[in-house]
Structure formats: structure tokens, C-alpha cells
Write a protein that binds this ligand. Structure first.
Ligand code: GCB
Length: 509
């Protein structure tokens, strides 16, 4: 470590973090699910014991993403945190903390974009570095160990071409690697980094979502980072297990509801060929309207700035993953409000200026005729619970409502529609005949009813069941120890619905 630059990197701290090293403040960060790093060289005493202290604060207010507020009840009761989302608000250091060393000149960032053409692919790359100006950069593309393209240049960006090449996609998750090196005048390597990438295109055309030019239908579940033993703490076997369960059911995709997942999840999705709608942590915007983030004529600039900053952090972290096929800029914002248009015009424009290569969406809960923001996005995403929160127990009515509702979205915007959530709370082991709410039979009938409607509508481009597994929430009369809409239990054992989905998605019994 001696003579090197030493850095500290936190994978995620929920929600605010202040970091001290040996009693001196090193850095602070706001945003619960994204990484941050700082150089600690001058704070550390190499070869001695050092003290690292982290203060974590999970209070939310109207300028945080997600928003929330501390309510002080009259009469001296303890203040409590009011949250506008349906998952447990775990506080703490949720992901790994790394201490690492670099030379004085080091790479900070690599951006890789691919443009597949007939017979060859163009790979454009950009490097960011820190410290002294290196003499040259060497960039190589590796297919396993074989170098398929290489350049040495004084520039921080360039383009490499090679061919033939293999496309990335579900069922063929072929990855290449880009190795970037900073060189000094004598050709010595000052720093190097190797990043995986895949070659694929994604586009929206008419009523279709296209992957590598072919229509793709998204099948899968939303998840939560949640497990009975570790809460939201990073648990690598759980990530492997969850993505395996998705694949076992024949799923090809998931959404990172309702916040960015651990980087390891994204890496595994690349390797397994799963498609990801990558969601930023903006859940419940304007939910209860007590302190609205947007009202006609006034948008809360501080919230908007936090929102855009976190989307940029998400983009920077996840931009090179071929698995990421779309950005979701929010879950269930009050998109029917007039102020939402100004707010989301800015949010979507920010996302597009960062990344012109991927479709952008937000996940709606409003009725099609009341929504004001669908024109801003590339495809429509909607969450629906007919037959659960409304039309309770009436799956015949639920089917009618769903059909009419999805058609209205399509008629109104003429864009592909994705059903991003639908599901029914189900207590594992509870059986009823005829199927009644909360029973395993009802969950299967609910999913089957939705599936029939979706299969009729050719503008629907995907279905994500809510949820892969049961997860913890705040206590409420609507929750039977957490949200039970999982098709697996919180311990990851299947309910009947998991077998039903496997049958639907793989055609296997
Ligand atoms: C939703 C939310 C999700 C909830 C789900 C439910 O629309 O997006 O966070 O957990 O409904 O089960 O109520």
C-alpha cells in the first residue's frame, strides 16, 4: 500500500452516509442504493491501525429519492417516519465496502458502446482517468483470451472494429472483454481495467420491443433485495438462487423494483442472459400529496436535482451491462397530475441525454385516460391489481377491466404496453376450493386470468409478475407478515403459482 493512492468504496448505504477516517471527515453521500468512493490516502497511516467510522441516517424527507417524511404527532408521541412505498425501509451498510490501492495515475471510468453491422461490429470506447496525463492508452478487445482488436493512442476515446462477432441475448449470453491500459513513456502499465460487454441492440418499433432486430416478449417477475436472514444485506448465494429460480420458470427478464440492485446481480444477469429494466429509486412520488414534489406551476427543484443525480449515478454504474435494456425513471408517480409533465419532461430528458441507446419508461399506476406523461416515454409500463385491490375475488370482472384498461393505454399513445406488475397475496399452504383470495388456488387463477387477456392483445410486450418472493413490509392490516405476493416464499420455496408460471413460460409440465 505504501506509496500508492488508497481509496474507499461503499456499494450502498441506506440512505445518507458520512464517513470519517481517523477522526477526519472523508466524504458524505446521499442515495441509498448506489455506490460512492473517495480517496483516503492522506487520511490513512499505512502500517498502523486506522479507525473508519460511518454514520448512517435513513430518515427521508420531501427532497430525498424516495421521498418520505418524519411526522411528529401532537401530544408528545414519538416521531415516526412516514414512507410511501411498500417494502421495509432497512437502514445500514447494505453492500460491500472495498479498500483498494492504485498508482498515482488511474482509470476511473470506461464507457463501451457497440454498433453491430453486417460482418463486423464497431465498438466505441471512452476512458476517464485521474492523476497525471498518461503518455498513451492501449485498448484491446478480448474474445476469451484471444485479442480480436487493439489500438494504441494518445486519445481518451476511439473506435475498434472486428468481425465476425457473436450477439448477446437470452439463451446466448456471449460476453467479450475490453481491457484498457494507461501507459507511460517507457511503455510501462500505469493502470489497467478489464470490463465485460456484450453486443446487442434494443429498440422500440411500432408495437414491438426489438432485441437484436427481433421482437422480444418479456417474461419474468419483479424482485426485492430481501431475505429473512439478512434483510437487504448483500447475500451472493441469494442473488444466484433468485436468478436461477427465474430461469427455472423460463423467465427471460426482471425489473429492479424499486431501486438499483447490487452490481453482482447485474453482472450475473449479463452472464445468464437475463434482460433487465433498470429502475432508479424514485418510488411513490407525490403519493399522498402532503408535500407534493410537483404541483401545477411548481416543481421541487431539490427533489428533481436529487432524482437526476441518482439517475446519472445509476447510468454510470450500469451503462456497460448488455442485460440492461431499458431505464425506468420512477415507479407509480402521480402521472395524472399537471405538475408531473414538467417534472418528467426534465427527468426523461436527463436520462436520454446520458444514454441515447436505451428506451426509457416509467411505471404507471394512473388510469390511461388520466395519465399525462405517457407521451414522454418509449413504451408504456403499467401495474395492475384488478381482482385484488379492486374487484376482490371477481376474476371475471378483473379480466374485463384489464382488457379495457390496456386497450385504452394503447389507443391513447400507440406504443407497446408492458404489464410491469400484477399479483395476489398468497399464504403458502392455504388451499381453498373454489379459489378464494389468499389461497394458492386463487393466485394461480389470478395469473391464469391475466395471462389469457395478455395473450389476446398483440401490443403487449411483456409480463412481470409481482413478486418473485414474499418480502418484508411495514405492518398493516393489508399485510400478512409482509407482502405475500411472491410466487416463492421468503425462504424461496415454490407456491403452486411458480409451477404454473414454469408451465406457461417453458411449455414444460
Ligand atoms: C404496487 C407497488 C409495489 C407494491 C404492490 C402491492 O403497485 O408498485 O411496490 O408492493 O403494488 O403488492 O401492493
Amino acid at each position: 500500500w505504501a506509496g500508492k493512492r488508497i481509496w474507499l468504496r461503499f456499494g450502498a448505504v441506506n440512505y445518507r452516509a458520512t464517513v470519517w477516517v481517523n477522526g477526519r471527515k472523508l466524504t458524505e453521500w446521499e442515495g441509498g442504493h448506489l455506490p460512492f468512493a473517495a480517496e483516503a490516502t492522506s487520511f490513512l497511516r499505512v502500517g498502523e491501525e486506522n479507525t473508519l467510522a460511518v454514520k448512517v441516517n435513513n430518515l427521508l424527507d420531501w427532497t430525498t429519492i424516495p421521498p418520505g417524511r418524519v411526522v411528529k404527532p401532537p401530544g408528545g408521541e414519538k416521531p415516526r417516519l412516514e414512507q410511501y412505498f411498500d417494502f421495509f425501509h432497512y437502514a445500514g451498510i447494505h453492500r460491500s465496502v472495498h479498500l483498494y490501492a492504485t498508482g498515482p495515475t488511474c482509470l476511473h471510468d470506461i464507457t463501451i458502446r457497440t454498433r453491430p453491422m453486417a460482418g463486423k461490429v464497431l465498438v466505441s470506447w471512452t476512458l476517464e482517468h485521474d492523476g497525471e496525463e498518461p503518455y498513451r492508452r492501449r485498448v484491446r478487445i478480448l474474445d476469451h483470451e484471444e485479442v480480436v482488436a487493439e489500438v494504441e493512442t494518445a486519445e481518451n476515446q476511439g473506435e475498434l472494429a472486428f468481425g465476425p462477432y457473436r450477439l448477446w441475448g437470452p439463451g446466448h449470453p456471449y460476453l467479450y472483454r475490453l481491457r484498457a491500459e494507461l501507459l507511460d513513456g517507457a511503455g510501462r502499465v500505469l493502470d489497467s481495467y478489464t470490463e465485460d460487454f456484450g453486443i446487442r441492440t434494443v429498440a422500440v418499433e411500432g408495437d414491438r420491443l426489438l432485441l437484436n432486430g427481433e421482437p422480444v416478449y418479456l417474461k419474468g417477475c419483479c424482485r426485492h433485495e430481501d431475505f429473512h436472514l439478512v434483510g437487504r444485506g448483500l447475500h451472493l448465494p441469494l442473488i444466484q438462487k433468485d436468478l436461477n429460480l427465474l430461469r427455472w420458470m423460463g423467465a427471460n427478464s426482471f425489473r429492479t423494483s424499486h431501486y438499483p440492485y447490487a452490481e453482482e446481480t447485474m453482472m450475473l444477469a449479463d452472464r445468464l442472459g437475463l434482460l433487465v429494466i433498470d429502475e432508479c429509486p424514485a418510488v411513490g412520488l407525490n403519493a399522498w400529496g402532503a408535500f407534493p414534489v410537483f404541483v401545477p406551476g411548481r416543481v421541487d427543484e431539490k427533489t428533481l436535482a436529487t432524482h437526476c443525480r441518482l439517475m446519472e449515478a445509476l447510468y454510470r454504474r450500469d451503462k456497460n451491462h448488455p442485460s440492461v435494456i431499458a431505464w425506468s425513471v420512477a415507479n407509480e408517480p402521480a402521472s395524472e397530475e399537471e405538475g408531473a409533465v414538467e417534472y418528467f419532461t426534465k427527468v426523461v430528458a436527463t436520462m436520454r441525454s446520458l444514454d441515447p441507446t436505451r428506451p426509457v419508461t416509467f411505471v404507471a399506476s394512473a388510469a390511461a385516460e388520466q395519465d399525462r406523461c405517457g407521451h414522454l416515454v418509449d413504451f408504456i409500463s403499467v401495474n395492475r391489481y384488478f381482482g385484488w385491490y379492486t374487484e376482490e375475488g371477481r376474476l371475471d370482472l378483473a379480466a374485463e377491466r384489464l382488457r379495457a384498461d390496456l386497450r385504452r393505454w394503447h389507443e391513447r399513445y400507440g406504443k407497446p404496453v408492458m404489464l410491469t406488475e400484477f399479483g395476489a397475496d398468497t399464504v403458502a399452504g392455504l388451499h381453498t376450493l373454489p379459489p378464494q383470495m389468499f389461497s394458492e388456488e386463487y393466485q394461480v387463477e389470478f395469473l391464469r386470468t391475466y395471462a389469457r387477456v395478455l395473450d389476446e392483445l398483440d401490443f403487449v410486450v411483456g409480463e412481470h409478475v409481482w413478486n418473485l418472493a414474499d418480502f418484508m413490509t411495514n405492518q398493516s392490516i393489508r399485510r400478512v407478515v409482509g407482502n405475500r405476493k411472491g410466487v416463492f416464499t421468503r425462504e424461496r420455496q415454490p407456491k403452486m403459482a411458480a409451477h404454473y408460471l414454469r408451465e406457461r413460460w417453458t411449455g414444460q409440465k
